[in-house]
Design a protein around this ligand. Structure first.
Ligand code: COA
Length: 697
């Protein structure tokens, strides 16, 4: 628990200064003027008193317990200060000072020295290079942001200090209550996952917001976020892209993943809500404040203006919400009370001259109507609209139901009071139907993910001898400096994990080729075997549909000549001969590796679909059965596998099994970084891989 950082009983400010222009002054002033009631010890060898408080030359001279030390001295002095803090039993340090890893090698060394000291003395550290920590509940502003935001139950962690200052100011300006805030800068010790975990357990936090540029412990982040998100919504902006992840990819699958995909998938795996910008972060947070969640996707829109109602309905459909008409009983009730020009279906249009009474009629029925899981109230301030009364009606009805409300009051001064009344009662109100519906859809997303149940992780039994055999192949190749494993070994490894390949054989001469082809049965495919050639088709090293002895002999000669011409330096071991497989649908199965979150499996339709449309889906390993089904259903072309125009459906179960096996393979052998199985032919029953490549590293 990090209570000694967020709820310290005593704080020392090392580098407190009498100089009003210095950060050490600002932090001290914040701590003693904004409501913090714990003990505050200014530390500065050159002063006896600062802002009316006794000043100590060092932490060792305080002579009382210090929970937290906020350090604001130049970087090079920080190690000695941290050491002294450790010696006197300080529990936590917040290092505001810049000049560490972010400045280069020397700074990185200094940072490492500080981390080692923090570890040695069993302390925990926020920063360095950070803005500090706030807990509005106890009036503690241990940052140099000038003001403390209003109290609230939303806590926020931020990798960027500058953004933190802006957000605090925004929260103050718009009356958005915050509970705890931390800017963690270089996160040399405590990082986003630690704060997520702490806020997750914090009884004073209902909603967690975050701004991150990267994640330090990817696997732990997913585990912690998954647990936390079951209890409270976690809404995060992730900016920047992981260049390292993008650079690492050398397979087809890796290239398709791009650099941001892993974050999207990690957030989905953990049910974290990802938002794009700062405004959206707060907009979405706003709707979670009511702590009411829809049990389904059915949204009722009630409006006094046609246009905004249509915009809302369009946005709702785009975001997977369902607009069902009210039940007949509700419609009959409304038909008797609303004017004949009103629209009684969904959106319900109470017409421009509506007073609060008409909204009341609709809401009265909607809160009990089984065709409604949540309600969107839209209002534009027309001549007879009693805005504040509409707001009151909404608040009154919202109090009596577990169904969530979202409001959209469009206008300026005329809707101000009504909007305020809604917000004061924790009902989200926006001035744009698109924003309102998008925010609402996050509520549905969260609830759906939260309730999706425990995942089933399948393990296929793999005998120890098989594992040993694969280990031996991989180690031998690694020791020989190989990273891209050739077709034969790739097929061997994948076959041992249950991926089927066509019947095949290897020939050094055309006589051998004929013998093998006859054993396999015509027609056959022939491919050059060379450790130097990755793209065999490009060098004329592949021939397909060979029907008899003559064609096999011809192909053997042709392949050898083609390759010798195209790549004279390539070593030609011989030719592989394969059974020619017909029928089925081409898909691509793969694995890629992300530096932050580890392996991801990939699935997509093969051929043009993958090349041009990039219609693929990814999931972070280990994948559950549920996730694999989700992967299949996520691609746009899934209908093609389900069978169109009378075609028989392809074997989805086979695909699920193969993807689960790939997930297990890379978990068992993490040295495998990437896999491409392209194409994999999925048939009505089962499937077969035609080409495969494994990359180790
Ligand atoms: N113990 C206690 N106080 C000490 C000290 C020590 N070992 N060594 C120095 N001090 C005092 C100084 O005497 C000074 O007090 P004074 O004003 O009475 O002379 C005070 O600590 C600050 O030191 P100073 O050298 O004046 O530095 P500064 O205030 O100009 O800058 C930092 C200090 C930490 C603010 C600056 O180095 C820095 O890192 N700035 C960037 C901060 C930042 O942007 N962080 C990230 C935000 S997101």
């Amino acid at each position: 628990m990090l209570d000694f950082i967020f709820k310290p009983k005593s704080i020392a400010i090392v580098g407190a200064s009498a100089d009003e222009k210095k950060i050490g002054h600002a932090i001290l002033k914040n701590l003693i003027t904004q409501g913090y009631t714990g003990k505050v010890f200014p530390i500065n060898p050159n002063s006896k008193e600062i802002l009316g408080l006794r000043c100590y030359p060092s932490v060792s001279k305080v002579g009382e317990d210090i929970d937290l030390a906020v350090i604001v001295v130049p970087a090079k002095v920080v190690p000695s200060v941290v050491k002294e803090c450790g010696e006197v039993g300080v529990k936590g340090v917040v290092v505001i000072s810049a000049g560490f890893k972010e400045t280069g090698e020397e700074g990185a060394r200094l940072e490492q020295e500080v981390v080692e000291l923090v570890k040695k003395y069993g302390m925990r550290m926020v920063g360095p290079n950070c803005l500090g920590v706030i807990n509005t509940e106890i009036g503690m502003n241990a940052t140099f942001a000038p003001d403390i935001p209003p109290k609230g139950r939303v806590s926020f962690f931020s990798q960027s200090g500058a953004l933190g200052v802006a957000l605090i100011d925004w929260a103050i300006g718009s009356g958005f209550g915050l509970g705890k805030f931390v800017s963690f800068g270089n996160k040399a010790d405590l990082n986003e996952t630690d704060f997520l975990e702490y806020f997750g357990q914090d009884a004073d936090t209902d909603i967690i917001l975050g701004y991150i540029e990267d994640v330090k412990e990817g696997r732990r982040f997913i585990e912690v976020a998954t647990e936390v998100a079951k209890k409270k919504p976690v809404i995060i902006i992730k900016s920047g892209t992981t260049e390292a992840g993008a650079r690492a990819a050398s397979s087809h699958t890796g290239a398709l993943a791009g650099s941001d995909r892993a974050f999207t998938e990690a957030f989905r795996k953990a049910s974290v809500i990802r938002v794009e910008g700062i405004k959206e972060l707060f907009e979405v947070a706003e709707i979670f404040k009511s702590r009411k969640f829809p049990t389904g996707e059915k949204l009722l829109i009630v409006t006094n203006a046609g246009g905004p109602g249509i915009i809302a309905a369009d946005t709702a459909e785009k975001n997977g919400l369902k607009l069902y008409p009210l039940t007949k009983e509700s419609i009959d009730f409304l038909a008797e009370r609303l004017p004949p020009t009103a629209a009684l279906y969904n959106p319900v249009d109470v017409i421009g001259d509506a007073t609060s009474e008409r909204y009341l009629f609709v809401l009265e029925k909607a809160v009990f109507d089984p065709n409604v899981d949540g309600i969107c109230v839209i209002l534009t301030p027309q001549a007879t609209t009693d805005v504040e009364n509409v707001a009151k009606v909404v608040v009154e009805k919202a109090k009596k139901t577990e169904k969530p409300f979202v409001c959209c009051f469009i206008g300026g001064p005329k809707v101000k009071q009504g909007t305020l009344h809604l917000k004061q009662n924790d009902i989200a109100c926006y001035d744009d139907p698109v924003t309102a519906i998008k925010a609402y859809s996050k509520l549905v997303y969260y609830e759906k993910h939260k309730n999706r149940g425990e995942d089933e992780f399948v393990r296929f039994p793999i005998p120890d001898e098989v594992k040993k055999e694969i280990s031996l192949i991989l180690e031998t190749l690694r020791d020989a400096g190989v990273t891209v494993i050739g077709e034969e070994n790739s097929m061997k490894i994948l076959s041992l994990y249950g991926i089927k390949f066509p019947k095949r054989g290897f020939a050094k001469t055309s006589d051998e080729a004929v013998k093998i082809a006859e054993k396999i049965g015509y027609p056959v495919v022939m491919k050059v075997s060379s450790p130097n050639i990755v793209h065999k088709t490009d060098v004329g090293g592949v021939k397909i549909g060979l029907k008899d002895e003559k064609e096999v002999r011809g192909a053997f000669l042709e392949i050898t000549i083609n390759v010798q011409r195209a790549m004279p330096s390539a070593y030609i071991k011989g030719v592989n001969i394969y059974e020619m497989v017909a029928g089925g649908k081409e898909v691509i199965l793969g694995v890629t590796y992300d530096y932050t979150f580890g392996h991801m499996v990939m699935f997509g339709l093969g051929g043009v679909y993958v090349e041009v449309l990039k219609d693929v889906s990814f999931k972070i390993v280990p994948v559950s059965k549920r996730e694999v089904y989700e992967m299949l259903n996520e691609i746009k072309g899934i209908k093609l596998l389900e069978g169109v125009r009378g075609e028989k459906p392809s074997d989805k179960e086979d695909l699920v099994e193969k993807i689960l096996k790939l997930s297990q393979l890379v978990e068992d052998f993490p040295i495998i970084k990437e896999i491409d199985i392209n194409p994999y032919l999925v048939k009505e029953k089962g499937g077969v891989a035609l080409d495969a490549r494994i990359i180790i590293g």
